[in-house]
Design a protein around this ligand. Structure first.
Ligand SMILES: [Ca+2]
Length: 152
């Protein structure tokens, strides 16, 4: 990271820290926090690292439900990416979990540049419609809120 980028990033982190007191929520031995500030995926990961954590890995349907509730239905980056090898999705914290809950038709790598995952929700066409919370791959340079996790 260049010095200028580092300065900008440090200011950005400072601004976020000033706005949001981090309220970590604890679930099954880890701490989690949702941040509504929109960042690119790599900047979100850098931010989580400054807090001693990482973008969240999600390893079970229980944890998935918990993280989605924490994000209050907002789209939010999680620590899942296939930027290194297309189609080989890996957790940024190296968690070996193979759990996933992609939205129907996802990940579809639209435009050839969707390498980062976020939690999302779609409306299933039932009567009445049902909101289905699932994952989507998006362009890593798009900006969204995000969920960090760290060890207790
Ligand atoms: Ca997608």
């Amino acid at each position: 990271m260049s010095t200028m980028k580092l300065v900008v990033f440090t200011l950005l982190v400072g601004a976020i820290m000033a706005q949001d007191t981090v309220n970590w929520a604890i679930f099954e031995g880890r701490s989690y926090a949702y941040f509504s500030k929109s960042l690119k995926w790599t900047d979100a990961q850098e931010f989580c690292l400054t807090l001693g954590g990482s973008l969240a890995s999600i390893r079970s349907s229980r944890e998935d439900y918990f993280v989605k509730a924490l994000a209050e239905g907002h789209r939010a980056w999680i620590g899942y990416s296939d930027a290194q090898t297309e189609g080989a999705w890996l957790w940024i914290d190296s968690d070996p979990s193979t759990y996933s809950l992609w939205c129907p038709g996802e990940p579809k790598n639209a435009g050839g540049h969707q390498n980062c995952a976020l939690i999302d929700s779609i409306r299933l066409a039932f009567s009445p419609p049902i909101e289905f919370k699932c994952w989507d791959d998006q362009d890593c340079h798009s900006t969204y809120g995000f969920v960090c996790t760290k060890a207790l």
